[in-house]
Design a binder for this molecule. Structure first.
Ligand SMILES: Nc1ncnc2c1ncn2[C@@H]1O[C@H](COP(=O)(O)OP(=O)(O)OP(=O)(O)O)[C@@H](O)[C@H]1O
Ligand SMILES: [Mg+2]
Length: 285
């Protein structure tokens, strides 16, 4: 199913975070979004997942108008469109298996979800997801005791439990060492290729985008300034993406890297949200 953003804009006060973005993504593509800090990459992903509402414009997936979904239809979208984050957003005190099972919440009735009863089939599915990611031996450990690379794999396993059609990843490897970054990117690519799940990922390094993505979208100041294949990324294109600074500053390492700046509270809220708690709240409202 084709995914389409048409003229999507998001303003915060008088600041335009995302400025009239139009993108069409065929099912099964692996897309990397790059750009300097503040370019609007996270805001764009968050709008796709409906964590942030657009100020204007249209988001369509097949014949669904994503930007106006409510209630059960919105829950269905949260199931079809999984998201993983730089800071993993697991529930640290819960064991790994339960964290993965939380990915099923969007498939269930509110009552069953609140009772947290998971079927035998779901448990088998969760173990299989952990095996696929090579971390089944951690199933009974509290998620917070795992290394960053392992935690991100748990988050991917949780996303797989949703049987999504689309997987969004906001800087999934920005907090990981090179080896774990490779394991996580290989897993995303594998899911993209084997299941045909569309993957859209924000990335802070050009190399990773080049190595893993079919298509790269470059953003600067809220706009799409590049959209093409990795081989089309010329020096001029890279300058348009990373060098569009009105102060005329050059390109340096700090522009292509993202520092970790998530406050604890936001992180905790994110964990609940990823675990489907937000969905439950919506269901009750
Ligand atoms: N909730 C918010 N309230 C106010 N301004 C916001 C909010 N979220 C984002 N912005 C602003 O929107 C712009 C785009 O931010 P966004 O987080 O989308 O950038 P980014 O490309 O993901 O950057 P980074 O690489 O640092 O993660 C920034 O100027 C940011 O300050
Ligand atoms: Mg961001």
């Amino acid at each position: 199913m084709t995914f389409e953003l048409r003229n999507i804009t998001r303003r915060f006060g008088n600041r335009t975070a995302v400025d009239a973005v139009t993108i069409e993504i065929p099912q099964g593509q692996m897309v990397g979004i790059i750009g300097r800090s503040g370019a609007g990459k996270s805001t764009l992903l968050r709008m796709i997942n409906r964590l942030t509402d657009p100020t204007s414009g249209s988001i369509r997936f097949g014949d669904r108008e994503v930007s106006s979904l409510k209630g059960a239809a919105l829950r269905e979208w949260h199931r079809d469109c999984a998201m993983i984050f730089q800071q993993f957003n697991l529930v640290p005190r819960l064991d790994v298996l339960t964290n993965v099972l939380l990915g099923r919440l969007n498939h269930r009735s509110t009552t069953l979800s609140m009772l947290s009863i998971f079927s035998r089939e779901e448990r088998i599915m969760a173990i299989a997801a952990l095996e696929r990611l090579g971390i089944e031996q951690t199933a009974l450990q509290p998620a917070g005791t795992l290394s960053g690379g392992q935690q991100q794999r748990v988050a991917i396993a949780r996303a797989l439990m949703q049987t999504p059609k689309m997987l969004l990843a906001d800087e999934p490897i920005a907090s990981l060492d090179p080896l774990n970054a490779k394991i996580v990117m290989d897993a995303l690519r594998d899911i993209n290729e084997r299941e045909g799940i569309t993957v859209v990922t924000n990335l802070h390094t050009l190399d990773t985008a080049r190595n893993y993505c079919d298509r790269i979208i470059g953003m600067a100041a809220g706009r799409v300034v590049f959209d093409g294949q990795p081989s089309d990324l010329t020096a001029d294109a890279i300058h348009a993406i990373y060098g569009a600074d009105k102060d005329g500053a050059g390109i340096d390492e700090s522009m292509t890297s993202t520092s970790i700046k998530t406050p604890d509270a936001a992180q905790a809220a994110g964990a609940l949200q990823s675990a489907g708690i937000q969905t439950l709240a919506n269901a009750r409202a």
